[in-house]
Design a protein around this ligand. Sequence first.
Ligand code: PLP
Length: 394
Amino acid sequence: MRTAARVDRIEPFHVMEVGKAAARIAREVQDSDTPMLFLNIGEPDFTAPPLVREAAERAVATGRTQYTQALGLDSLRERISDWYARRFGLAVPARRIVVTAGASAALQLACLALVDRGDEILMPDPCYPCNRHFVSAAEGRPVLLPSTAAERFQLSADRLREHWGPASRGVLLASPSNPTGTSIHPDELRAIHGFVGERGGVTMVDEIYLGLSYDDTFGQSALALDDQVISINSFSKYFNMTGWRLGWMVVPDALVPVVEKLAQNLFICPSVIAQYAALACFEPESIAEYEQRRAEFKARRDWFIPALQEMGLDVPVMPDGAFYAWADCSAAMRRLGVDSSWDFAFELMKRAHVAVTPGRDFGTAETGHFVRFSTASAMAQLQQAAGRLKGLLA
Ligand SMILES: Cc1ncc(COP(=O)(O)O)c(C=O)c1O
């Protein structure tokens, strides 16, 4: 069957192969002394807190399951607005908040609303793979700019100046980032947004890990800059609701009707059960639970990253958020006699029963010798994994 040309511009998610291999090996070793430890998974090991689950059950039991307006429940938009005020001291009016089916739908809506055929969207390498595919699906051209540890693996205004061209339309950043867990320094972000704004471009910032920040220098939303920034967020990570498929975006006033029109046509509305459940995320009891979990994620980071460093897996920039460690495995690769992070990841799986994500999906610059560890697993599992890796790499 003839398929649309745009599909060819979207690369397969290679890491799914790693996931499949991990699942296969996991089945083989499930009854052994060393069952598979999954440090390849980019989602919290926690589920939604009790009030959230109860709210979902209540919505179903009382039959509140009809479509909502495409922009989402007004009450939820208000709660999100209130969260920005309380947590970040930011005035983000509810009318600029659009509730979506996860950050994924928000990113699609942003790209469809703003990217024309041939428009270039600049982003750092490494970055979250789907971001460049959202741009491609909108018939734009993702331009990956290699970013260094000195730049916190993020875009810088200087690099942007070098690469901005006539077809450039804007930037798509993620702060904190997947796979690095590092954020853009606020001064750098201001410089980037200033540069992009002067050229009539758009600044899109994926802030899905913003709630999971561990360092006050970086824990501020890009929305603090001005009301032209497009911020994408989600209930998946900080709010521990990955499978509920709920997120949101904050857009400039002028973009609300544009995004609304697209959302009406493409999605009708986000899951209403998830929306009623999400209202309970902002209850003090739920926030207290989320903050406790955030402290746990930080404790995992603080323990695991020095453990990686000790065994020669260098993490060049300490992540300030999210639950990832982006580790240079060059030396460790040599020790195992392999010459790519892809093969290295398979060796770890086969020999230590520890699943990690090779760099390949996240870009092309240095990804051949980087792997991503997820620290979203329980501390006991991280400790076991570190013990096995140490044994293998000694
Ligand atoms: C940087 C980034 N953006 C977006 C997403 C998609 O998230 P959601 O579950 O909200 O669609 C992910 C998921 O891992 C991510 O890491």
